[in-house]
Design a protein around this ligand. Structure first.
Ligand code: SF4
Length: 306
């Protein structure tokens, strides 16, 4: 598997996390875990029984009125982990914030279709797939890890070889020159366009609506962006750009690499605007990811608007 080189350093910061992933999201519970929870006795078993809802044959935890997972204690610790250990978590909780996807190099796509007429073996397809893994930026600890270094973002494979984004694009049969050297465009026209595009996305909460209204009516936004560009951290933004692009590689070959590069650029422009206005780069990245990267529909809206 290929993953960013900070992947193995990730550790959930649990009760010190300010934006816990156990709040605000509906958490699906897989059937195997539901079966396992049904065999749990005592107070925890009773609470699990009362707080797992089945809707349309799918299970999820019943959120509290404050939209928190019912097992998230006020001190920020998880009751399930405390009682059953990490092995007691359902698949989604055990996986988050990790993501995985497979990509086939252009070359092997051709190889497979060449073969189809004579040999429909699926082994060839599996052999040629490359597995990619990563950590989602909606998690503040992941954002911290991404921004903790001011040097080019590196990825690592199972043989512990490290390389950059251009090598990944080459592996996938894409033009490595598609990767842009990110630099924000702070022209009034571009800021206006970026805000219009991001306003079209489906809001995940009321705070997003409020923030977009505020940005649209902020008369000094251009001035703030022009001021911020003077101390623009090119290396950090390039890491953000590369990582945003990396996460969307699974959209190959349905999208051209150039389209995905344009998407990553637009997302970085949006992050730059937010960080210029609100002054917090890490939170701007996290908030962007929460709103966009966890919704296929929202990613599509941005790509289709470019
Ligand atoms: S958002 Fe990240 S650090 Fe915070 S609770 Fe979730 S996994 Fe842990």
């Amino acid at each position: 598997m290929i993953s960013p080189n900070f992947y193995s350093r990730f550790k959930c910061i649990a009760n010190t996390c300010k934006h816990s992933c156990c709040c605000g999201w509906e958490i699906d519970v897989d059937e195997d875990t539901v079966d396992y929870y049904r065999g749990i006795d005592g107070d925890l078993g009773k609470k699990l029984d009362e707080n797992i809802i089945c809707e349309n044959d799918e299970y999820h935890f019943r959120l509290t009125e404050e939209e928190r997972c019912p097992f998230l204690r006020q001190d920020g610790l998880c009751e399930i982990i405390l009682d059953l250990g990490e092995d007691g978590l359902c698949d989604i909780c055990a996986l988050h914030p990790r993501f995985y996807f497979f990509c086939r190099p252009d070359q092997s796509i051709k190889k497979i279709s060449d073969q189809e007429e004579t040999d429909s073996s699926e082994d060839q397809e599996i052999l040629d797939e490359i597995e990619f893994g990563g950590l989602g930026l909606s998690c503040e600890e992941v954002t911290r890890l991404l921004l903790s270094e001011s040097r080019p973002l590196l990825f690592i494979d199972d043989s512990e070889t490290t390389f950059g984004m251009s090598r990944i694009l080459t592996m996938l049969g894409c033009d490595p020159n598609a990767i842009k050297e990110y630099k924000p465009d702070v022209s009034e026209k571009r800021i206006d366009r970026i805000l219009k595009i991001f306003s079209k996305t489906e809001p995940i909460d009321d705070d997003w609506i409020r923030m977009m209204d505020e940005l649209h009516t902020n008369m000094s936004i251009g001035e703030k962006c022009s001021k911020k560009i003077k101390d623009f951290d090119a290396l950090k933004y390039q890491r953000i750009y590369d990582y945003i692009l990396y996460r969307q590689l699974e959209r190959l070959p349905d999208h051209e690499i150039k389209t995905l590069a344009d998407y990553a650029e637009a997302c970085c422009d949006f992050i730059f605007i937010c960080s210029s206005v609100y002054g917090d780069l890490a939170e701007s990245v996290r908030r962007f990811s929460e709103q966009i990267e966890y919704s296929t529909e929202n990613v599509d809206i941005i790509i289709d608007s470019l």
